[in-house]
Design a protein. Sequence first.
Length: 368
Amino acid sequence: MPHAALATLATLSGRDARRIARHAQAADTARFLHPAQQALLHRRGWLTMLAPRSAGGAELPLPHVVRLEEAVAAADGSMGWVLTLCAGAGWFAGFLAPELARAIIGTPRVCLGGSGAATGYAEEEGDGYRITGSWDYASGAPIATHFTLNARLQRAGQPLPDADGKPRIRAFLVPAALVQLVPSWNSLGMRASASHSYRIDGQWLAKEHGFTIDASAATAAGPLYRYPFYSLAYVTLAANVAGMAGHFMELAEECMRHRRHARAGLPLLEVPEVISMLQSKKDTYSAARARFYAVLDDSWTTVAGGAALDEPAMQAVQTSSLDLVAACRAAVDGLYPYCGLYAAREDSAINRVWRDFHTASQHSLLLP
């Protein structure tokens, strides 16, 4: 892919941002992404932006990906989440056999969804495995062409232990034809992410569909596949939360512009204490966001230069991500009471963003 095309993929134009935002309320009501939003995901190639170039993906530098995901989440939290989780599943193509990776990424309108929980079993059978189980929270499930999952390995019905005596767990990539969707997503927010459950009932899968998520097992040579999985998860999830929080703060300030302080008898934005509080939230958010991107960019420079992230570097990525999420929570929760009953209306943009934020930030990796 030409460098100019890669640069286009890595940025969100104003036109695309407006298109995403224009359909966000309809998507929330329908509980899945609007067709125009879906079309944009495919047309821009965003769902394969983390897949290897050798397999037909864009293999964009991680800092570009994270900034794009933040921008999309700012336009619509649900779309940002689907993009992030499905593009993240596409990253696993860098750990598959190259021929299989090319076949999967080359699937028309390809979209990989899935779950990281090991809530199923993979029974050894011939030259493959028979998969059984159920998994929750597959964002983008209705358009997924393939699903990723973790399963505990078995032989003759008995668990296969690892070196520490614990159950061996393996990741798999399964065609959607073998999967049964279970509509289950009834959350307060992130409604259009359609993060439904899915199940597999005794379907056989060739062993090539199993893979190990570790730099030593990567089949693609680029630095993306040497970047630690959990570090990648932290930065991409935190960027989504930051995008939603930034959008909320803009909408909150607009709400505050039209309200008066009952006791002070002044417009809210003329009350010194309110002005100070608002600026403090903005400054704390901006500082945490700047630190987050500085750490991300440094970590990427290290990996792209051929070195591995050591434990302190990985801890810095985690800490900066969680610090950013904490600043976002403080900003959203601190400003919401100043926004009035309009912000409590389910059909208002600020209410949708508030609901999306408080749903996305429940992800287990983002616990303080």
